[in-house]
Design a protein around this ligand. Structure first.
Ligand SMILES: [Zn+2]
Ligand SMILES: [Zn+2]
Length: 493
């Protein structure tokens, strides 16, 4: 009874993990590092599959210990490996996995190496001398390659032609696609393989003058395998034709069907509800690392304006959810003022960073009612001059009771060497989230501005590149952008 219950729970958990996604395991960890560096290609292949939203991908870099139970729950294996044998347990587990109706996809340099045995491979390590190879390996790949035939002409750009356009992998794709790759030749395909695509191997580039098979499928028990000879390096893999064949081939090997589109992107695609961010600079230098604060997220789309005229116009209200200010300007034009004010009054988001606290001396509404703080470069009326000091060691900590505010959740204490500001004007209406305790700096360093409808945040830190590279600071800026955009779920992201 207890056992049955446990099985039910395990099955439920496995189902929850899958969420309808194809479960992929990439087998990797060894290759020729000069040309086919798995350390570079494996993360890329993983990202390509993950970006489609169709797959859940895990990576195994040490395959020797693999067993049948280690493969349970996966649908397809991606082979990106050329190195020593894995041993009978792992090799049998892989065979059984595919034979039972699962899939395997492989590409490029897996067609030679120690798996093929001494007869087919000359570069032997002493320990594997006399080894006859992994008997089922050729059948899993669908081909062998006699040592004298292993090779290709010069790497070049050539058209690959889908010769079978009725297969799920190729259906709906253009008849040809350009490859930027090595055109492998003289492979011996096993009788039950089914060639889907070929390319003409031109003698001028050192080829055979024949159409060489490029992509094929092979049956293995009740399972499916796909091989493509393409994929020499990242430049080869980034070709749209490679991406489509690889991702669709992986899906087909796993399921026997293809639902993926013809076009597969190698970069993360922004979500429909991503925060639309405008970053404004001008009037002060800054580390180029600033730009890295906004990169690599699927929930932030950003663009950059280097002047007020470029940034603040009537269209900004429709185009953006958040403006991040990293500019420094005492004055602002009347037209720009009107557009920025309309943006704020529409309830949009403002993230003001570092020297942007100097902004718009000519416009008291901005610093008194929107940001709630101001650094005075010179004394003005009742406001005395503020001061700054570079390279100050400070620790920014959450203000008591504020540690769970979404903007600083998960940020932690921030030890930085950054620019200190002191003697700023601060509105009594700001809501401090983080503070420092340092004689050269005013206490609040992260706070919410007083504006009643817009979501406004000021972050003082951010002069130095080391601050911009700090994971805690990066999380703070990201949180601030998402919160200001109204895109942050109550539990945070
Ligand atoms: Zn190669
Ligand atoms: Zn600075």
């Amino acid at each position: 009874m207890r056992f049955a219950l446990l099985m039910t729970i395990c099955a439920a958990l496995a189902g929850a993990a899958q969420q309808g996604r194809v479960r992929v395991l990439i087998l990797t960890g060894e290759s020729d590092l000069a040309y086919h560096d798995w350390r570079i290609s494996t993360p890329y292949l993983r990202q390509v599959l993950n970006n489609t939203g169709r797959f859940e991908v895990k990576v195994m870099e040490e395959v020797r210990g693999l067993s049948a139970s280690g493969l349970a729950g996966y649908d397809v294996l991606v082979l990106n490996y050329n190195g020593p044998r894995w041993g009978p347990q792992a090799e049998q587990a892989i065979e059984e996995f595919v034979r039972s109706g699962k899939g395997l996809i492989s590409f490029h340099g897996v067609t030679y190496g120690e798996f093929y045995g001494q007869e087919f491979h000359k570069r032997w390590s002493a320990s594997s001398k006399g080894d006859k190879g992994w008997a089922a390996y050729a059948e899993l790949i669908g081909a062998t390659w006699k040592p004298g035939n292993i090779g290709h002409g010069a790497r070049h750009v050539f058209p690959v032609k889908w010769t079978d356009r009725g297969h799920p992998i190729s259906r709906g794709l253009e008849e040809t696609f350009p490859a930027n790759d090595e055109l492998y030749h003289k492979l011996d395909l096993l009788p039950r393989t089914k060639v889907l695509a070929t390319a003409y191997s031109a003698p001028e580039t050192g080829g055979t003058g024949k159409n060489e098979p490029i992509i094929w499928t092979a049956p293995f028990g009740s399972g499916r395998t796909v091989h493509m000879t393409l994929g020499h390096d990242l430049s080869a893999m980034t070709q749209p034709g490679f991406l489509a064949a690889f991702a669709r081939g992986t899906e087909w090997a796993a399921t026997g069907a293809v639902t993926l589109p013809a076009s597969i992107s190698s970069r993360p695609q922004p979500r429909q509800d991503a925060a639309r961010l405008l970053v404004v600079t001008g009037g002060h230098s800054y580390p180029a690392a600033l730009y890295t604060l906004f990169e690599g997220y699927d929930d932030i789309i950003w663009t950059h304006a280097a002047s007020q005229a470029e940034a603040f116009n009537p269209a900004m209200k429709e185009k953006f959810d958040v403006v991040l200010l990293h500019d420094m300007a005492e004055t602002i034009g009347e037209k720009e003022k009107a557009s920025l004010r309309a943006f704020v009054e529409a309830g949009k988001g403002i993230v003001s960073t570092h020297h942007a606290i100097v902004d718009y001396t000519s416009w008291p509404w901005w610093y008194e009612e929107v940001v709630g703080g101001k650094f005075f470069v010179t004394a003005l009326g009742s406001h005395p001059k503020s001061s700054y000091q570079h390279d100050v060691e400070m620790v920014a900590k959450p203000v008591k009771g504020m540690a769970n505010h979404p903007v600083i959740r998960g940020v932690g204490p921030l030890p930085v060497v950054d620019e200190a500001y002191k003697g700023m004007w601060l509105s009594p209406a700001i809501k401090p989230l983080m503070e420092v305790d340092h004689p050269l700096n005013d206490k609040p360093v992260v706070y919410l501005g007083p504006h009643p409808t817009a979501r406004v945040i000021y972050i003082q830190l951010g002069h130095d590149e080391s601050t911009m590279r700090h994971p805690g600071y990066r999380k703070l800026v990201r949180n601030a952008i998402l919160w200001a955009a109204g895109k942050m779920a109550p539990g945070g992201r």
